[in-house]
Design a binder for this molecule. Sequence first.
Ligand code: KG4
Ligand code: ZN
Length: 361
Amino acid sequence: MIIFSLETSCDETACAVLKYENGSFSILSNIVSSQVKIHAKWGGVVPNLAAREHLKNILPVIKQALQEAKVQPKEINFLSVTNQPGLIPALLIGTSVAKTLAYLWQKPLIGIHHLEGHIYANFIDLNLNSQKINFPLLSLVVSGGHTQLVFMKKHLDYQIIGETLDDAVGEAFDKVARILSLGYPGGPLIAEKARLFKSQPTAHYQFLKVPLPRPMIRSDNLNFSFSGLKTAVLYETKKNKTLLKNKDYINELCNEFQQATIDVLIFKTLRAIEKYRPQTVLLAGGVAANQELQKQLATVLKEKNSTLHFIAPPIQYCGDNATMIGVASYFRWKNMTNQQKEQSQINWKTLQTKANARLKN
Ligand code: KG4
Ligand code: ZN
């Protein structure tokens, strides 16, 4: 089975061609054209600039993906595209192009929720015949736009059991990086400063007098809040303006900020495990690329419950890409009735975009 997929919900124009055979996916091509350099000036994604760049890049990206995959349109079984949630001007480009191609090639088209794609990035490298993922499953979804704990009793079945009440964790990384004038996107930059701090022979704090807050860590629910943590970093830097050029201070502050987010994410995940008793925990979204988060979560889960299986996506598929959309659409397709498959033949006409859709079955 050959799947052609597109992703343009934020600031990456992405196209992938996948082959599914004997329980596993082969990635025939995976093209990602990133706009981060363009948005870096503004410290965040500017929706209309994103749309302009998608428009410019999408056809060359598709051409390259088809050429690398050495696939003719007639060999493709179906198309899939991220149609929700995201920046509307950006979603519209990918969705309109996918609809045009579905019409032109006379193929079924499947709309995919962006977070479903991030969750299914965990299945890219698995052999579905031999490597069984046991349900129920708990997903910790951490991206630039979302922070959610999602409980899944089976494939494509989502119950959001906790989420952020304000900023997403990736957004907090980006905003803190902006406060510290580090650049955009902030996640990898802060992670690198924290790594430098940790790699010192004596990695103890010399500047920070009090720890940063761990917001809502003790609250009796599974929700998160990261906006106060970002503000605490802002106050800390206002108090210590003269230290802002001191690399050791910045590294220390980045480590403390990163550790505060990790502490909260781990604590709430453990609370969710206690309540919902999953057999598998998976990490998803751009922030899943954070090695310290992966390492600490894996260690704690092993200590607490050695039978619990922990998985994270291959690092190159943590951020936005179209391969994860293709993999999610395979599971959708497999689950469809013949009537639903028939219906997807006319999605070239009917598929719509949604800016704020929640993950649902
Ligand atoms: O999933 P993603 O690529 O886009 C959205 O769906 O939002 O996530 C992007 C976010 C950005 O906020 C970026 O700073 C963050 O993921 N990120 C990281 C790391 N790599 C990317 N955050 C922490 N540590 C990282 N290594
Ligand atoms: Zn994403």
